[in-house]
Design a protein around this ligand. Structure first.
Ligand SMILES: [Mg+2]
Length: 262
């Protein structure tokens, strides 16, 4: 027997870090849960906020853990931004992001002088006055300002370092425009991903360990949310998780049961 009742969701978005894997290893039972989704024909996308890895790298890392997938099933903030821009009919972009993520924008024409959108991500030491100045002129001339993330700082090589956020803020300040944030928990992202699955938001469930970015973000965008007690989850979060999520399960291994897969 397949379904013994209509499943509570028709499509899934699955977080990677702390949900599918932890410390380079699959969460126990996660591989079997993914197999069960495939057997039942339930569509899903892996969705991570990472901005420093292209989709092809994630596919290779998943293959190393025994999960066969392809780039169309793996979404990062850059990949989601590319989909979002494509759906808006944008063709010319200026990319101020890590070189490794350029491949996620292979369908666009690169244009630093008259782009329709400026995409800001992890440029690290690549930030220069000229790069910011060019982005400023493009945005004030009408280009969309897209931010893959807006973190203030991060830790690298043992010390704190400026992340993309301060540069996004500088451009917002100079142009008087708000950047569109496309990573989790952005509403834009969750709606883009539901459209990717060809489903209304309320028929899609986000599964994740981050109550703020995964669970509350998805719920605010009208999706369902399944919180897992792995990764970032702490017992002190239980009440918060129960209030915020559609359901709370011990780990991804419990997903087939929630979906009532036989
Ligand atoms: Mg996570």
């Amino acid at each position: 027997m397949g379904f013994d009742a209509h499943p509570p969701a028709d499509g899934l978005l699955i977080d990677l870090d702390g949900t599918l894997w932890e410390d380079g290893k699959l969460i126990a039972g996660a591989g079997e849960a993914i197999d069960a989704l495939r057997t039942a024909g339930i569509p899903f996308r892996f969705l991570t906020n990472t901005t420093r890895k292209p989709r092809s790298t994630l596919v290779a890392e998943l293959a190393g853990l025994g999960i066969e997938t392809s780039t169309y099933e793996c979404f990062t903030a850059p990949a989601a931004a590319a989909i979002w821009l494509g759906r808006r009919g944008v063709g010319r972009v200026s990319l101020l992001i890590a070189e490794a993520s350029f491949e996620d924008f292979s369908g666009f024409e690169l244009d630093d002088e008259t782009p329709e959108a400026v995409v800001i991500g992890d440029l690290g030491r690549g930030w220069t006055f000229d790069a910011l100045d060019r982005a400023f002129r493009a945005v004030i001339a009408g280009a969309d300002l897209i931010a893959l993330q807006k973190n203030r700082y991060w830790k690298t090589a043992g010390r704190l370092s400026l992340d993309a956020g301060p540069f996004v803020a500088a451009l917002e300040y100079a142009t008087g425009k708000q950047a569109t944030l496309v990573g989790k928990p952005s509403r834009e992202l969750f709606h883009t991903m539901a459209a990717e699955l060809d489903l209304p938001p309320e028929r899609v469930a986000m599964v994740g360990d981050d109550i703020e970015a995964d669970v509350e973000g998805a719920r605010a965008a009208n999706l369902q949310a399944v919180a897992v007690r792995t990764g970032k989850y702490r017992p002190a979060d239980e009440k918060w998780a129960r209030e915020a999520a559609t359901t709370v399960i011990d780990s991804l291994a419990g997903l087939p049961a929630w979906l009532r897969l036989g």
